[in-house]
Structures are given as structure tokens and as C-alpha cells.
Design a protein around this ligand. Structure first.
Ligand code: ZN
Length: 176
């Protein structure tokens, strides 16, 4: 299993340094940050989902699920990250931004991504029950919407899936 540990980790690895997918490598780099945010949710007893908004090579928004903490049904990682990015950039349109989420966004978050005009969405594991990119329904890039967004799924998907599975497993054991 390969874990991407930072920008220098591929230097001097012989054939590996000719990796033809530099874009995927930087996607993994930012996804690590989203996974770190998901870890914060886990520590707070929340469903472990994390998100970061990246603009011009910098994180401008960061969020993790806070539904229980804030008694807020809309406090999903992506929403929190988008709000922070908007406040930081002083703009409710985030057309130069990319959002990295550990899980395929739900319909609410997909809607917010469209409202924000986010340029690109990168996510980890699919969510067969509520994913609104392609799994449960298609909110993002729906043919009736004007805004089309570039989407890349499956980035470090195993890691975000494991995080969720261990959370639900431990909740089941605690429930007994
Ligand atoms: Zn959501």
C-alpha cells in the first residue's frame, strides 16, 4: 500500500520519479489534508468526513462534520469548508477553487458546490446511499444545470472508506 507523505517522497526512487501522473500526486497530497480533517471529526465522535478547499496552491477552507457538535443539520465538512473559503476570499463564487472531500458529496453539498461555481471536485470513496455525483443520484453536472464541474473520484478512496467503516463498526459495538 503506498502512502503519499509529501512533495519530496518520490525523489530518488529510480523509475518511480518518472511517474507520469503529477496531477494525481498533488490530488493525493490535498486529499491527505482532507483525511486529516476527517480524523478530527472522528475524534469528536462525528461521522468521519473531511474536506478542504484549495485555491492557487493554498488551503483557503477546511471542514469536518460537526452535526452533533453544533446541533446543525447542515454542518457537513464540505459546507463548512466552502463557508470558510468564501469568507477568506471575500467572494461567494469560488470559480478558481477545487474542493477535496473524503467521500462523494451528498445532495446538499453537491448543491452548494454548484452555487459556489467550484471549478473541480475531487473525492475519495463513493457513497452508494447518498452520493450525489453518480452513486445515488446526479445533482452535480445535471443536464439542467448550467455550471459544469470537473470531477475526479476514487482518490485515496481506501483510506476514507476504512475511516468510515471503523467508525460505524465501533458505534455498533458500543450500542450493545
Ligand atoms: Zn453533505
Amino acid at each position: 500500500m503506498s502512502r503519499y507523505n509529501g512533495l519530496d517522497s518520490r525523489a530518488g526512487q529510480g523509475p518511480m520519479s518518472n511517474d507520469p501522473q503529477p496531477v494525481a500526486a498533488s490530488d493525493e497530497f490535498w486529499m491527505e489534508e482532507a483525511l486529516r480533517a476527517a480524523q478530527r471529526a472522528l475524534e469528536a465522535g462525528e461521522v468521519p468526513v473531511g474536506a478542504v478547499v484549495v485555491c492557487a496552491g493554498e488551503i483557503v477552507g477546511r471542514g469536518w462534520n460537526r452535526n452533533l457538535t453544533d446541533s446543525d443539520p447542515s454542518a457537513h465538512a464540505e459546507i463548512i469548508a466552502l463557508r470558510q473559503a468564501g469568507a477568506n476570499l471575500g467572494n461567494h463564487r469560488l470559480g478558481d477553487c477545487e474542493l477535496f472531500a473524503t467521500i462523494e458529496p451528498c445532495p446538499m453539498c453537491a448543491g452548494a458546490l454548484v452555487h459556489a461555481r467550484v471549478k473541480r471536485l475531487i473525492y475519495g470513496a463513493d457513497d452508494p446511499k447518498a452520493g450525489a455525483v453518480h452513486s445515488a443520484m446526479e445533482v452535480l453536472n445535471h443536464p439542467k444545470l448550467n455550471h459544469q464541474m470537473e470531477v475526479c473520484g476514487g482518490v485515496l478512496a481506501g483510506r476514507s472508506g476504512e475511516l468510515l467503516q471503523s467508525f460505524f463498526r465501533s458505534r455498533r459495538t458500543e450500542g450493545r
